[in-house]
Design a protein around this ligand. Sequence first.
Ligand code: ADP
Ligand code: MG
Ligand code: MG
Length: 252
Amino acid sequence: MLEINNLHAEVDGKPILNGLSLSVNAGEVHAIMGPNGAGKSTLAYVLGGRPGYDVTGGSVTLDGADLLEMEPHERAAAGLFLGFQYPVEIPGVSNVQFLREAANAQRAARGEPALSGADFLRLAKAQAEGLSMSMDMMKRPVNVGFSGGEKKRAEMVQMGILDPKLAILDETDSGLDIDALRIVGDGIERIMRKPDRAVILITHYQRLLDHVRPDQVHILSAGRIVRSGGPELAHALEREGYAALGLEDARS
Ligand code: ADP
Ligand code: MG
Ligand code: MG
């Protein structure tokens, strides 16, 4: 599904990704771990097409199509979803309004008709219920006054409504308590664990991987993947730390 080959990228002329290669097949969950400053968020931004993140070499294809040639909204229409560590607040716009706009923009980009109000509400209710979000919360402004856990749950409701092919989730587990971690982890499994879907989970901690079991775990260091393995690699990392693997925190 996703083929990243020898990807190089820089920010403000500073090389951050230095020959990163990764293959993700449909039906798979991949975890990416790595010390602070390794380039994990940069990888997510580059795949999303964020301005200021300049690709200087390599290729990325999504189901054979050149992802790097697409505008950000075209990437979303092609089935890419990005979840971020710090979801934005949008005062004055309710979650329901925002999600309906997002769902219909995606449908328009795919040449599909807009959802009726009733059809959209049915979909929103079902997805909110799956993330233990009340419809009262869904009617509140996007993320305003939400706890960290509520923001992440709202983001997973959005993911469920958009039903992406590939989700890249950057530290979705940060700031979650035990209960929210389980709700979010189970939500990722329910929405994305399908033969034609795939997930890249960027995380610092093994604990999310108890809820969303990865098929492969990769360690990113200094802008490239330096080790890959199964779930046991995340356990080894938690036990021994990056230093034991000969990897330093780039910001320390
Ligand atoms: P990680 O997510 O693995 O902690 P990042 O991708 O956030 O790492 O950062 C990788 C490196 O790129 C760091 O050295 C960081 O300071 C630098 N970097 C990231 N974004 C920017 C930016 N917008 N401007 C300047 N430097 C940046
Ligand atoms: Mg970081
Ligand atoms: Mg990061």
